[in-house]
Design a binder for this molecule. Structure first.
Ligand SMILES: O=C(O)CCC(=O)C(=O)O
Length: 345
């Protein structure tokens, strides 16, 4: 007799906890701001920034143009795909078979390739591409400013040690627009005709973007007024992140965790597609150049806090990320074990 055991529903066994997440006002005194950012990165690897300086008109043009694109028939959207790795993708996340109730557009940050790609995305490609490139430039400036504040707050001698990694034209940063359909949309949004009867059921907790940490240095995330994002400060505990279209959320990525020798946490997060309105998020992932060699800053390594991770290049780390499934803890693969004593300073 074959006994079929239903897989445990991870979502049902979780604890949802409301937490007041840190809010950083960038117009406040610099010495206060840098202290609060360091604390937020240590406690949560996550915080909200207000008075961030990313122009509102650019944000609303990117949002309007993206929503018009995602509202198009699937066959038209597919003209901007597949995402290999840039362009339109639907449900498939990454290269290891992960799936979610999400469709997306991914771009590199080169204005020329954005302009080229925009021709298959927008009916007003110049308007779309200049808004996307404008958003990316403002997000990069903001990420550099936050990384400089982090350098100052950690009292490292070279305060631009982090921002320098993402400033150059060879930085491997990417920009991603995610669209999570609303609950009423029972049609399979990846197909032109609804062939499956309930491919998107009204199940209250559909995973839009599964649990993961971001591999890069820092992520800046902005969404419309629809919630769904959750962070996990500890295993099995999820904290809902309230939507605030006027603010940006910042999360520490794996590289920053490695460079601070584990002092900052690369926060695990996910997005649920469980609203009656569709969620649109835009994420700028600040990454180094492929050949950047990444390791804990000497100031972060002490006899009490020995080096946690082996040095790696961004190309190596990216390759490892692509070879694993979304939720895998990749940084663990670079952890120094007691057999690796020779890596110690
Ligand atoms: O849409 C969101 O809120 C989360 C998106 C995300 O985690 C990602 O794009 O990596």
């Amino acid at each position: 007799m074959v006994v079929v055991v239903a897989p445990p529903n991870p979502i049902r066994n979780e604890k949802i906890q409301a937490v007041d997440l840190p809010i950083i006002d960038l117009s406040a005194e610099r010495f206060q701001v840098r202290k609060l950012i360091v604390k937020a990165c240590e406690d949560y690897g996550f915080f909200k920034v207000i008075n961030h300086g990313v122009p509102k008109d650019i944000i609303s043009t990117v949002e309007e143009q993206s929503l018009s694109f995602f509202a198009k028939p699937v066959s038209e959207k597919q003209r901007a795909g597949p995402s290999d790795p840039f362009g339109y993708g639907c449900k498939n996340i990454g290269f290891s078979g992960d799936m979610g109730e999400v469709e997306y557009l991914i771009f590199d940050t080169n204005p020329i390739s954005i302009a080229q790609r925009s021709k298959s995305i927008s009916n007003e490609p110049t308007k779309f591409s200049s808004a996307v490139s404008g958003y990316i430039a403002a997000a990069r400036d903001l990420a550099c400013e936050l990384l400089d504040l982090i350098g100052e707050g950690l009292w490292v001698p070279d305060t631009s040690v982090f921002s320098r990694l993402i400033r150059g034209v060879d930085s491997d940063s990417v920009f991603r627009l995610n669209h999570y359909p609303h609950l009423q949309n029972k049609q399979d949004f990846c197909k032109d005709k609804d062939t499956s009867s309930s491919s998107f059921s009204s199940d209250i907790s559909k995973v839009g973007f599964g649990e993961h940490s971001d591999p890069q240095i820092l992520t800046l995330l902005r969404s419309n007024d629809v919630g769904g994002l959750q962070i996990s400060p500890q295993d099995g505990v999820w904290v809902p992140v309230p939507s605030d279209p006027t603010a940006l959320w910042v999360n520490v990525g794996d590289v920053l965790q490695a460079m601070t020798n584990g002092r900052f946490v690369s926060v695990r997060h996910r997005a649920l597609a469980n609203s009656s309105k569709s969620r649109l998020s835009m994420a700028y992932f600040a990454a180094p150049s492929l050949n950047a060699c990444l390791s804990a800053l000497p100031e972060m390594v002490t006899p009490e806090k020995p080096r946690l991770y082996k040095p790696f290049t961004w190309a190596e780390y990216k390759k490892t990320t692509f070879s694993l499934s979304l939720g895998e803890n990749r940084l663990n693969l670079f952890r120094i074990s007691s057999n690796d004593e020779c890596f110690m300073d």
